[in-house]
Design a protein around this ligand. Structure first.
Ligand code: BDR
Ligand code: CA
Length: 316
C-alpha cells in the first residue's frame, strides 16, 4: 500500500456498540492520526459514555487524551437509548477497567487545543448527538477553518428510526445539528439511508468470532448484543451506523455519495429532528453536505472483518 499521510481526526461519540466498533475500525485501519476522543451524552448519560470510552480505548490500546463532553443537549433535555445499548450504554461482554483517566478539561476545550495545535486541518468524526461540535463552533469561531470536515453519522434523508421523521442522534440535539449543518464546514453525512444497508450478518459475526484475538473476542459479542434488539424488529443483521462515518473516510469507493443542501427541523409536531434534503435544488442554496446513500454491503463487511483481524497481528 502506498505510504499515504494519515488523516488527523478527533473521535466524538457516545459509545454505544456501534460507536465502539467505529473506533475499533479507526484505530486498526492505520489510516488516521487519532488526536483525541471526546464523549457525547446520547446512548447513555455523559458519565456512562465517558466511562465506556475509556474502557474501549483501554481495550484497543488507544492512548490519546479523552475528555468528557457536554452533560446535556444545547437547549433540550437528555434522551438515552437503553433499549438498544443497555443500561450501561455498552452492555454485553466484560471490558477492562480504564487504564487512564479523562482529561481535566472538557470536550470543547480539548477539541480547541488539538485543532489549534495540529499542523494539518482536523476531521471530526461525530457518531453521537453533535452537541460538542456545535458548542465548539460557537465557542471558537476562529478555529472553524482549521476543521477539514465533519464526518458524521446522523439523520436520514428518507427516513427516521426514533420517530417516523427523525434519527436518534439528530433528534437528541437538533439545535446542535442545525448549527453544524449551517456552519459552512464540509459535512460527510452517513445517515440511515446508507447505515441501514451496512449490515453485518450473523455469518460475518462468525468470521470475527473465529479470529480469536483480544479485540475480536469482544467485538463479536458486542455485535451479538446489538443484533438482539435489531433482530427483534426484523433486521437481517446488525446495522453498522457509526462505522460508516469512519469507513467512508478510508474507502469512499464502496459508497454512493451525492451532494445536497440539508436543513434540520428543530421543532414541529411531527418532524422535529428531521434532516430535510433539497432533492431538486428548490431552495436556492448550494449543497452543504455530501450525503452517503448506498454501500457495497459485502465489501463493507469484508473490510470490517479484515481490519479487526489486525488486532491479532502487530498493530500499525
Ligand atoms: C445512532 O444512534 C445510536 O444509538 C447509535 O450509536 C448511532 O450513532 C443510530 O441512529
Ligand atoms: Ca452513536
Amino acid at each position: 500500500m502506498p505510504n499515504r499521510k494519515k488523516i488527523p481526526i478527533i473521535l466524538d461519540g457516545d459509545p454505544g456498540h456501534d460507536d465502539a466498533i467505529a473506533w475499533v475500525l479507526a484505530h486498526a485501519s492505520g489510516r488516521f492520526h487519532i488526536l483525541a476522543v471526546t464523549t457525547a451524552a446520547g446512548n447513555q448519560t455523559i458519565e456512562k459514555t465517558t466511562y465506556n470510552a475509556l474502557r474501549v480505548c483501554t481495550l484497543i490500546g488507544l492512548h490519546v487524551p479523552v475528555a468528557k463532553g457536554c452533560r446535556k443537549p444545547l437547549l433540550t433535555e437528555p434522551m438515552n437509548a437503553p433499549s438498544v445499548h443497555g443500561e450501561s450504554g455498552l452492555d454485553g461482554p466484560a471490558l477492562p477497567e480504564p487504564a487512564f483517566d479523562a482529561q481535566p478539561e472538557g470536550a470543547v476545550e480539548l477539541m480547541a487545543r488539538v485543532i489549534r495545535n495540529s499542523e494539518d486541518k482536523v476531521t471530526i468524526v461525530s457518531t453521537g448527538p453533535m452537541t460538542n461540535t456545535a458548542a465548539f463552533l460557537l465557542a471558537h469561531p476562529e478555529l472553524k477553518d482549521r476543521i477539514e470536515r465533519i464526518s458524521m453519522m446522523g439523520g436520514g434523508l428518507a427516513l427516521g428510526n426514533w420517530t417516523p421523521a427523525a434519527e436518534f442522534n439528530i433528534l437528541v440535539d437538533p439545535d446542535a445539528a442545525k448549527i453544524v449543518f449551517e456552519s459552512g464546514v464540509p459535512i460527510l453525512m452517513a445517515g440511515l439511508d446508507v447505515t441501514e444497508k451496512a449490515l453485518i450478518l450473523p455469518e460475518d459475526f462468525e468470521r470475527i468470532r473465529a479470529q480469536h484475538n483480544p479485540v475480536s473476542d469482544i467485538v463479536w459479542q458486542w455485535l451479538e448484543f446489538f443484533y438482539r434488539f435489531h433482530r427483534s424488529i426484523g433486521y437481517a443483521g446488525a446495522p453498522m451506523h457509526d462505522p460508516c462515518a469512519v469507513m467512508a473516510l478510508i474507502h469512499p469507493e464502496i459508497f454512493t455519495i451525492r451532494d445536497y443542501y440539508v436543513q434540520i427541523e428543530t421543532c414541529g409536531d411531527y418532524c422535529k429532528g428531521a434532516t430535510v434534503p433539497d432533492w431538486y435544488g428548490l431552495s436556492g442554496h448550494v449543497p452543504n453536505a455530501s450525503c452517503i446513500l448506498d454501500v457495497d454491503r459485502k465489501a463493507f463487511a469484508d473490510l470490517l472483518v479484515e481490519t479487526i483481524a489486525v488486532y491479532g497481528e502487530k498493530m500499525p
